[in-house]
Design a protein around this ligand. Structure first.
Ligand code: SF4
Length: 408
């Protein structure tokens, strides 16, 4: 049984580092050109080279998305861009468009090519098509059941990548123009405004200012609003199926989200391979997935086609049980103090939770805090202020400090 790769989103350098440190085997990112997610920070070529060096030092891989559907004018710069990302040392490119696929093969022929989920590969014949052309990996559409994935696995040799966690489109990925029509932001260029999550009313042509509610229940109607995908409970089945890469979605999500979700999946995959027969997912790992901002979870198409149970009709808001309040910059010294960058206001006297890449999570009361000038403070007043905090146990650099959300 082959251990699958755990693949995480890297919307910027900090997220890339956190993904690697918290347990991803590989990350995917976009350059400033030719990738989707135009509003995540994305990487310049200099940053990309630095990112690859960082990841490779940790034994991790970096894949770059080149998965937009370019128009003729976009193609002029593409060969130069492809040579540049090859020179950065990336481990593969993710493409959707057959024209881009051909240009990658012509320009940087040794580069492994992954077929993006934007290509909507939903059957073994599609996967074989790409495999015959020389693709090394195909990212399967999210709209497949385990039975279909198993059939594809048996019929094809290419590596298969499957989304295990993250947001779902209400359409096939990339086949939606809602955002283009309603906001002029092109979802196929990474600019989706997510209008599928908006609240809709009915308007009659001759009464333009009267909004007639279309009600599923008392909360209103969010007719296109999907729950988020979570296949955490299905990891053993997906491993047995022979999936090569488990993908976490969310280049726009926070560092806290990336670290937390990656780490939960890392722990589960490692525990499974340590003892496949005795494996049981721990409640504490599942609880981790509730701490970050998310919509209700669904297993999507995993067992059967989706129903109304897989959508959220009553709200478009997110939920989470914890807030991310600080990032540890240095390990604790001999007196138990560590330097922390505040990310959300911290106060002496409140209970904090320390979440670490390698060591166990623990809670404590924040008892003592100093500012940059060595003055003892009760509250850190500035965003991203650097403070010194006394910890009850040793903490590692890149540990995260959280606080339970106040109950509403
Ligand atoms: S509007 Fe919703 S379904 Fe359409 S592309 Fe954007 S996220 Fe996906």
């Amino acid at each position: 049984m082959k251990k699958p790769e755990l693949l995480a989103p890297a919307g910027n350098m900090e997220k890339l580092k956190m993904a690697c440190i918290y347990g991803a085997d590989a990350v995917f990112l976009a350059g400033k050109q030719f990738g989707l997610r135009a509003f995540s920070d994305n990487f310049t070529l200099v940053e990309m080279a630095e990112a690859v060096q960082f990841a490779h030092r940790m034994g991790k891989k970096v894949y770059v998305t080149v998965n937009m559907y370019p128009h003729n004018s976009d193609l002029i710069e593409l060969p130069r861009y492809l040579r540049s990302i090859r020179n950065c040392g990336v481990d593969g490119v993710i493409v959707a468009d057959p024209g881009v696929f051909r240009m990658v093969q012509d320009t940087i022929p040794d580069m492994p090519i992954h077929i993006s989920t934007q290509a909507n590969s939903t059957n073994w014949s599609s996967v074989r098509f790409w495999e015959d052309l020389g693709a090394s990996r195909v990212v399967l559409a999210r709209e497949l059941s385990l039975r279909e994935m198993t059939e594809i696995r048996r019929s094809c040799k290419a590596e298969l990548e499957v989304f295990v966690h993250g947001a779902m489109c209400i359409s096939y990925s990339g086949r939606c123009l809602l955002s283009n029509y309603l906001t002029q932001r092109d979802s196929n260029r990474g600019q989706c405004a997510q209008p599928c999550r908006w609240k809709y009313n009915l308007v009659e042509e001759k009464r333009p200012n009267e909004f007639f509610p279309i009600m599923e229940d008392d909360n209103g109607t969010y007719i296109f609003n999907s729950k988020d995908l979570c296949l955490f409970d299905r990891l053993p089945e997906l491993i047995a199926c022979g999936i090569d890469s488990f993908k976490i979605e969310g280049r726009m999500k926070s560092v806290h989200y990336v670290a937390t979700v990656v780490n939960a999946y890392r722990r589960a995959i490692d525990a499974y391979f340590a003892d496949p027969q005795g494996y049981q997912p721990k409640q504490e790992w599942l609880d981790e997935l509730l701490k970050v901002s998310h919509r209700d979870y669904t297993e999507g198409f995993y067992e059967h086609k989706t129903t109304e149970e897989d959508q959220i009709y009553g709200t478009s808001s997110y939920q989470q049980t914890h807030d991310f309040v600080g990032l540890v910059k240095t390990a604790t010294d001999a007196d138990g103090y560590a330097t922390v960058e505040q990310r959300n206001n911290m106060k002496v006297g409140e209970t904090i939770e320390v979440f670490q890449p390698n060591n166990e999570t623990f809670t404590q009361v924040l008892t003592t805090m100093f500012d940059e000038n060595g003055e003892e403070i009760a509250v850190a007043p500035h965003p991203q202020q650097i403070v010194r905090i006394k910890f009850d146990r040793p903490v590692e650099p890149f540990a995260m400090i959280r606080r339970a959300c106040k109950k509403k």
